[in-house]
Design a protein around this ligand. Structure first.
Ligand SMILES: Cc1cc2nc3c(=O)[nH]c(=O)nc-3n(C[C@H](O)[C@H](O)[C@H](O)COP(=O)(O)OP(=O)(O)OC[C@H]3O[C@@H](n4cnc5c(N)ncnc54)[C@H](O)[C@@H]3O)c2cc1C
Length: 270
């Protein structure tokens, strides 16, 4: 397989490298010294960077995204993280979480929230890690219990990127069946304005302007349409145990690697 960059990919790399060197690097040090980035600053950066395909990078053009591929993603984020690592975090989490909505959200959710996310107007985070659990997602303690028309979420999340500035959180949790007490893994999108939660900044030694939060969900009531339509699709990515990840039978030949979208970028480059 040929992994050389295409002409378009090389042009994308040159263009973003120039932009990051000229516009981002000169302000990065000072921004990082000031501590966690404000929401207004994050939005400003997102709106500027979306022109290059940084926001919702892998979201298809059909869904209103740039429709780039896993080849352009590292080109974009290598440059941004080189120039300003904290901003790479803010934008990378927004972009990846927007992709999770496009891939797993039901139609109503997509129609309602994708446009704001893809414009850089709204900010999203993915809340998986917990204080008692760390990376062991199978042991997640945050619970959602159905109550009439709603899910009621209780639990604490830790180290959540963008957690203090996010309008939306995709929360990985266990859904409890009140009749049997059985629990199954799931994800619920929480819209802060409708279903308030609290978050507290965790100050760090490095990447200081990358907001990172402890998030507390206390009887947080979420409407049913916000339940993740395709169950565990993104949970698989979040390292839930193997049973959720289909594997080919042993002895099968390796599957060829396939790109899932167009390999050209087509956004206007200023
Ligand atoms: C800047 C920053 C941003 C972050 N952003 C997010 C975010 O947006 N959303 C989110 O959900 N989380 C986020 N995290 C959390 C990050 O994903 C966690 O730090 C990570 O999941 C590891 O959890 P932990 O730190 O509790 O380590 P632990 O889970 O305690 O693991 C510590 C070490 O032990 C190893 N280990 C653990 N269990 C085993 C085992 N059974 N066998 C062998 N080795 C084991 C691990 O591999 C690891 O090396 C962020 C963290 C940081 C620092």
């Amino acid at each position: 397989m040929n992994f050389d960059f295409s002409d378009e990919q090389r042009m994308l790399q040159d263009t973003v490298r120039r932009y990051i060197n000229e516009k981002i690097m000169p302000i990065a040090d000072e921004m990082d010294r000031k501590g966690p980035m404000s929401k207004a600053n994050a939005q400003r950066f997102l709106r500027d960077l979306k022109e290059f395909g940084y926001v919702g990078t892998l979201v298809s053009e059909e869904d209103g995204g740039p429709g780039l591929t896993h080849m352009e993603w590292p080109i974009l984020f290598e440059e941004l993280r080189r120039g300003y690592a904290s901003l790479g975090g803010v934008v990378g989490i927004t972009s990846a979480s927007t992709g999770r909505i496009a891939n797993g959200g039901n139609l109503e959710l997509k129609k309602r929230i994708l446009p704001g996310l893809l414009n850089g107007d709204t900010i999203i985070c993915s809340a998986i890690t917990e204080p008692n659990v760390g990376s062991d997602t199978a042991a997640i303690e945050t619970k959602a219990v159905p109550d009439g028309e709603y899910y009621v979420i209780n639990g604490t999340k830790m180290w959540i990127s963008n957690g203090t500035i996010a309008d939306y959180a995709i929360v990985t949790l266990k859904i409890v069946d009140p009749a049997t007490g059985k629990q199954r893994p799931g994800q619920i999108l929480v819209e802060k304005s409708q279903s308030p939660f609290t978050s507290r900044e965790i100050h760090k030694l490095g990447v200081r302007s990358f907001p990172t939060a402890e998030m507390i969900f206390e009887d947080c009531r979420v409407p049913p349409s916000f339940y993740w339509a395709r169950g565990c699709a993104a949970t698989r990515n979040a390292r839930f145990p193997r049973p959720f990840a289909p594997r080919p039978p042993s002895g099968s030949p390796p599957r060829p690697y396939r790109f899932t979208g167009p390999t050209v970028f087509r956004k206007n480059i200023p």
